[in-house]
Design a protein around this ligand. Structure first.
Ligand code: LCS
Length: 399
């Protein structure tokens, strides 16, 4: 069964502002209240039993369901056009819950080679303990992707754009390949955000997010989300999360819901800055290469135009003198902050090979293009001239 969206707003700014608002309160409050409660009283024992058996609707316990958390889940599910959403404590809780729910001993995963460090480590170093193997492959190359699939492949796991290499995979084509081989397609949509890319519309079965990034957008809360295309998958994830924990707290949900309301506005500003900065960097004498989906020389620029509604605000680049030059830039910026994470209103710069992706064994990391010289920039909502001047000054100090 797929989601019935007939009565929901479909234009994206309106959706971000109104989605997930419950319509059953008698107080008329505009903001969704924070239901800061761990448990819910039952009117009588029969009612409690009926809630547990599923015969009657009603809240039981906040690890299972909570009205504030449900509002956020409903909002993101409608932005992603999925059947339902499940909010998790962190992005990694979302990623690992999907893996736990869908994999079993002797199954196989085909995954993008350049993945967020902890996701890659979960697949490469942790899941083998449970008898699950993963093949890492450049999924932008559909021939390589298809070759990586085996009869026991249950999942194709994509990041597009990839963290930190900014490589894109054609989601529609990957879904077709996965489905033809009896596998499900999972897309980590963190780098694009639901404002710029809706994988379910392109054939994905599951979308995961680190809401710590663009959805919340203020670098002050952690959170994750799983959106399933169908009710059946949604139920599987709900069961897994209810048992394994890792669900979201109502206060956390309220903060992220507040952030979500301005996601389109933030992304419009940030991606405008990013396009200008990417052009500026690509002409800078101290910069050796720039990868940003909005530049015509990006290897998947045409795919970006086809499957994204904008090019986003993440850039990676290399500078003269390799890692040494990159360190000079990171140590010399004055406005841009040297910090991991991304997708907030403030611009951040970091070095993936020694920070976010350092735990990936070196050989696989380099094969995935996460080179020592690569510097990652998350462009925020500051004035463009300030960001440009800051980078220009830092770049000028490279020998
Ligand atoms: N997926 C992607 C694509 C991510 O970038 C991250 C975090 C996660 C999942 C995990 O989300 P979390 O549990 O942190 O909410 N990425 C980070 C990064 O690049 N720097 O710091 C965190």
């Amino acid at each position: 069964m797929e989601r019935d969206d007939s009565n929901r707003p479909t234009r994206k700014h309106t959706q971000a502002i109104h989605a997930g608002k419950p319509d059953n309160s008698s107080y008329g409050e505009l903001s969704v209240p924070i239901f800061q409660t761990s448990t819910f009283a039952f009117p009588d024992a029969e009612d409690g039993a009926a809630r547990f058996s599923g015969e009657k609707p009603g809240y039981i316990y906040s690890r299972l369901n909570n009205p504030t958390v449900n509002a956020l889940e409903d909002a993101v599910a409608s932005l992603e056009n999925g059947f339902g959403g499940i909010a998790t404590a962190t992005g990694m809780a979302a990623v690992t819950a999907v893996l736990i729910a869908l994999l079993a001993r002797s199954t196989h995963v085909a995954a993008t080679d350049s993945l967020y460090g902890a996701t890659r480590v979960a697949l490469e170093l942790e899941l083998p303990r449970f008898g699950v193997e993963t093949t890492f492959v450049d999924t932008s190359n559909l021939v390589s992707l298809e070759h990586a699939l085996r009869p026991e492949t249950r999942l194709v796991f994509l990041e597009t754009p990839t963290n930190p290499t900014m490589i894109l995979t054609d989601i529609r084509a990957a879904a077709e390949i996965a489905h033809r081989h009896g596998a499900l397609l999972v897309v980590d949509n963190t780098f694009a955000s639901p404002y710029l890319q809706r994988p379910v519309d392109l054939g994905a079965d599951v979308v995961v997010h680190s809401m710590t990034k663009f959805i919340n957008g203020h670098s002050d809360v952690l959170g994750g989300m799983i959106v399933a295309r169908t009710e059946e998958l949604h139920r599987e994830f709900k069961r897994t999360l209810s048992i394994f924990g890792g669900t979201m707290d109502p206060h956390q949900a309220w903060l992220i819901l507040r952030g979500l309301r301005t996601m389109p506005l933030r992304l419009e500003k940030a991606q405008k800055n990013a396009l200008k900065l990417a052009r500026f960097l690509s002409l800078h004498p101290k910069v050796t290469w720039v990868r940003y989906p909005g530049l015509p020389d990006h290897p998947q620029h045409e795919i970006a135009k086809k499957q994204m509604d904008g090019f986003g605000s993440m850039i990676c680049f290399g500078v003269r003198n390799g890692l040494k030059g990159g360190i000079t830039v990171m140590n010399s910026v004055r406005l841009i902050t040297l910090a991991v994470s991304l997708g907030g209103i403030e611009s951040l710069i970091e070095h993936p090979a020694s920070m976010t992706h350092a735990a990936i064994p070196r050989e696989g990391r380099e094969k995935a293009g996460i080179l020592d010289e690569l510097v990652r920039l998350s462009v925020g909502c500051e004035d463009y001239e300030d960001l440009k001047e800051d980078l220009d000054h830092a770049l000028s100090l490279i020998q």
